[in-house]
Each structure stands twice: as structure tokens, then as C-alpha cells.
Design a protein around this ligand. Structure first.
Ligand SMILES: Nc1ncnc2c1ncn2[C@@H]1O[C@H](COP(=O)(O)OP(=O)(O)OP(=O)(O)O)[C@@H](O)[C@H]1O
Ligand SMILES: [Mg+2]
Length: 256
């Protein structure tokens, strides 16, 4: 259990294209809007979160320099257009992050150790993770307090989720709280409605706060801003607010 006040939330799934980045970007913004000193670390070489916050996808020395400790996170972190919200950008060198991590001592604990010195500076760190099961994923699981998993409404997505839960259970050391939610729900479809209504009842780790499938979420790429900034009264914005409240309940309930 973490003794510092800083909380680390990872938006993660083995699967791609399920809403990880959209979630990370909106929750990071909502955290900062609450006045929490927030850092979003874009760990994906695609750099989508970096792009959405209008930050240059450039890390001097690349991921290798960060992982090796040649360059501190503090030195590479950028500000955003929003108060209390900073961003650690990704660049394309992050495609080698697994290799960079593997050449270190205690390679599965490296990201946690890189974040630890930031505890006086940030209240919340959100990790936007690449889709994969890799050394980067193991690092992420070790580094976070809450592993937040978007699940799209499809049977195979539950199967992948079960593999992910097994992967986390099988890892040595401290484990995060796994919290899944249903992502991209189109309530006009019966199968989506059933999935979103039933899964939280069937599995304790799946919360009821779902994110609907909405064009306004795709529009983030045009606006290059979080949904609550350009569509504050939209259902999508209120759904992300409810999800953020739910994530925070993890630490307020248990006083971790
Ligand atoms: N709830 C939603 N409703 C509609 N579109 C969405 C929703 N969530 C995400 N999208 C869109 O789906 C695409 C994938 O979303 P996003 O980038 O958040 O997923 P990801 O899991 O981070 O993908 P990757 O695995 O490639 O990193 C994007 O075009 C995004 O705008
Ligand atoms: Mg992404």
C-alpha cells in the first residue's frame, strides 16, 4: 500500500482502439479541473495523448534516456493549456521501450521508480498505455494504484479482460486495484445494452459507470481538447465525470 498521497491511475487494456487514450485525456483534465496537480504520461509511441494536448511529440534522448535516468522526468515534462495539468510526452522512440527497460536492473519496476520522486509535485499521475502485454505493461501494473480498463461491448473483450486479470494476479509484489468499465456503448443496440447492464452485476471489478459511443468523443481529435472543454454539457462529458468520481472513490473509500 502506497504511503504517499500521490495516486497513479493507468488506462490500460491488452486490446487496441478501446478508448484508453480518450479516457486518460478526459480523466487527466477532470483531475486538474478539480485542482489536483496532475501529470499525464503518454507511454504510447503513437503519441495520441500528446497530440490531443497540443504538445510536441519530442523526448530528448528518447525513451532510452528517461529509462536510463540520464534525463529526469522533471526535465522532460511539459505544461499544457490547462492549469495544474502537465504532460510527459511520447515520441516514436517509445516503440523501443521494452528493449530499453529490459537492459535495466529490476526491469519490471522501472516506471514506478521513475514516478516515485514526483510525489511532492503531483497529486495524480495518469498513464496512457500502449495496447500490448509486454515489459511495459508489467511496469505499468507495478506502478499504478488503479488499473483502469475500458471494455468494449463484445464477448471476446471479456475473454481478453479475464486474461488480463490472470496476468495481474500472477505477478509478484504489490498489485493495483483493477477497475473495468464498459466503453463505447451504443444503447440503440440490444447487445450493447445487455452487455453494459449485465457485466457490472456479474463481475465485481466492472463498475456501472459506462462511457457511451458518441461522436463528440471522436471530435477530440479535431478540437485537440478534452470533451468537457468543448462540449461541457454533453452526455460524454458527464459520463467521464461520473467515471472520474468512481475512480477517486477507490482511494477515498479505503483511505489508501
Ligand atoms: N466512447 C467513444 N465513442 C466514440 N468514439 C470513441 C469513444 N472512445 C474512443 N473513441 C474513438 O475511437 C478511436 C480509438 O480511441 P482511443 O484512441 O481512445 O483508443 P485506445 O484504446 O487508446 O487506442 P490505441 O490502442 O490505438 O491506443 C478514436 O478515434 C476515438 O476518438
Ligand atoms: Mg491510445
Amino acid at each position: 500500500m502506497r504511503t504517499s498521497g500521490m495516486k497513479v491511475v493507468a488506462s490500460y487494456n491488452i486490446k487496441g482502439g478501446v478508448g484508453k487514450t480518450s479516457t486518460a485525456v478526459n480523466l487527466a483534465y477532470l483531475a486538474s479541473r478539480d485542482g489536483l496537480r496532475t501529470l499525464l504520461w503518454d507511454l504510447d509511441p503513437q503519441g495520441s495523448a500528446t497530440y490531443l494536448f497540443r504538445v510536441k511529440p519530442k523526448v530528448k534522448g528518447g525513451g532510452a534516456a528517461i529509462v536510463a535516468g540520464k534525463r529526469t522526468l522533471d526535465d522532460a515534462i511539459k505544461g499544457t493549456d490547462f492549469d495544474h495539468l502537465d504532460l510527459m510526452p511520447a515520441d516514436f522512440s517509445y516503440r523501443h521501450l521494452d528493449f530499453d527497460l529490459d537492459s535495466r536492473k529490476r526491469p519490471t519496476d522501472r516506471i514506478r521508480r521513475l514516478i516515485a520522486p514526483l510525489k511532492g509535485e503531483y497529486d495524480v499521475v495518469i498513464l496512457d498505455c500502449p495496447p500490448s502485454v509486454s515489459l511495459v505493461s508489467e511496469n505499468i501494473v507495478h506502478a499504478c494504484d488503479v488499473l483502469l480498463v475500458p471494455l468494449i461491448p463484445a464477448v471476446l473483450s471479456v475473454r481478453t479482460y479475464d486474461q488480463l486479470v490472470d496476468f495481474v494476479d500472477g505477478m509478484p509484489g504489490r498489485k493495483p486495484q483493477v477497475m473495468a468499465f464498459v466503453s463505447m456503448v451504443d444503447r440503440r443496440k440490444k447487445s450493447h445494452r445487455e452487455f453494459a447492464d449485465q457485466l457490472p452485476q456479474e463481475r465485481a471489478s466492472v463498475v456501472a459507470e459506462a462511457i457511451p459511443n458518441r461522436a463528440v468523443i471522436e471530435q477530440m481529435a479535431q478540437e485537440r481538447a478534452p470533451v468537457p472543454v468543448f462540449a461541457p454539457t454533453s452526455t460524454a462529458a458527464t459520463s467521464y465525470e461520473a467515471l472520474w468520481a468512481r475512480v477517486q472513490s477507490c482511494w477515498s473509500d479505503t483511505r489508501r
